[in-house]
Write a protein that binds this ligand. Structure first.
Ligand code: FA5
Length: 336
């Protein structure tokens, strides 16, 4: 057996070794119990006696040479970071995730901001009232008597209050802010109050148990129904576009007289049109002004309340109110 050739072949093989598996195959091939060096060692008995000494020396140096090459390669491989379950951790990094997405306001809040800006142009400032409210501000002062069906426990979220205190509830309308503002501020008053309200309504495509309303209140000398209609009309055209029309239908609310519901007419590109109810409104009932110490002989006012989800759904073509609250970012991202 040509030992020089064996050493050369081992040199070429070890240079090609790149993994622990290949190194083990090398070890078995050259250094294993049935490996090539063992075969070369067994061959010594066939070597003529006068050459055995030289052959033995060559064999020893071949063994040493191949063993050293094996050990060096092993050290080098051990020093490399291991590949974890098929992942080459030495590979340069790559950006594989979504590009950075900054946070954004919820579509309801975006529309509230639009409404605040729109009504600010008509001179309205923003007022707030509590969501946990007492019956006086949610009903009593708004001229809703104790036996009125709107106060039924099944139609409201009442909260246990300490004995002797006025019953507490999650407000069912933002009209409580009318009272809160008129208690602390003398006319002229011109405010809007966006906020959450709560009703145990059965949830469907257009009803939720929590939704948002936008209350409007304007109290001053000589405020008339014409001011109310102008305000609602201006709002509808600025919010939905110049082409929409509004209409008022007589209605009833205990805190306004006369009262109306207002609808907006949307015309589809096909030419068909549809009236959609957006909210309630009316002239502030003199009883309400009296309850907060404002003289109805001197002052008059109008108020309105609209459902924010309903107008957002109209504006953006959303068919189901529940989509607004499920927080599915794939839905919400459409409006960023
Ligand atoms: C009121 O709540 C009155 N406070 C409005 C008002 C204010 C009248 C000032 C006069 C003067 P109403 O119950 O109709 O009215 O509710 C007003 C709007 O809230 C409705 O037109 C509708 O758009 C919305 N709304 C009512 N119930 C729900 C619900 N369960 N889910 C979503 N929106 C609702």
């Amino acid at each position: 057996m040509d030992l020089a050739q064996l050493v050369n072949a081992a040199g070429a093989d070890i240079a090609a070794v790149e993994s622990p598996e290949q190194l083990e195959a090398f070890r078995i091939k050259y250094l294993g119990v049935k490996g090539l060096l063992k075969q070369a060692s067994d061959h010594i008995k066939n070597v003529p006696a006068d050459q055995r000494r030289a052959y033995g020396q060559s064999l020893n140096s071949a063994k040493q040479n191949i063993t050293e090459a094996f050990q060096q390669r092993k050290l080098a491989l051990d020093a490399q970071p291991a590949a974890v379950s098929g992942v080459d951790v030495t590979e340069p990094g790559q950006v594989r995730c979504d590009p950075y997405r900054p946070g954004a306001l919820h579509i309801i809040q975006e529309n509230i901001d639009d409404l605040i800006e729109l009504f600010a142009r008509m001179g309205f400032s923003v007022a707030e009232g509590p969501e946990l409210e007492d019956e006086f501000h949610n009903f009593e002062a708004l001229n809703v008597p104790a036996d009125h069906p709107a106060r039924h426990p099944l139609d409201n979220f009442y909260i246990d209050a300490p004995a002797g205190d006025l019953p507490l509830m999650l407000r069912s309308q933002t009209s409580n802010v009318q009272i809160r503002v008129l208690e602390s501020q003398k006319p002229p008053v011109r405010i809007i109050a966006p906020g959450r309200v709560y009703r145990p309504d059965t949830v469907d495509a257009t009803h939720s148990f929590m939704f948002h309303q936008l209350e409007g209140l304007y109290v001053d000398r000589h405020v008339t129904l014409v001011d109310l209609k102008t305000c609602i009309d201006l709002f509808a055209r600025s919010f939905f576009g110049e082409s929409v029309r509004t209409r008022f239908r007589p209605s009833f609310f205990p805190f306004t007289e006369p009262s109306a519901e207002f609808d907006v007419q949307f015309t589809h590109s096909s030419g068909s049109s549809r009236w959609v109810e957006l909210g309630g409104c009316g002239m502030v009932d003199p009883n309400v002004l009296q309850a907060v110490g404002v003289d109805p002989q001197v002052y008059s006012g109008f108020a309105f309340g609209l459902g924010i989800e309903r107008i957002v759904m109209r504006r953006h073509g959303i068919a189901d109110i529940r989509d607004l609250f499920q927080n599915d970012v794939r839905f919400l991202r459409q409006f960023i």
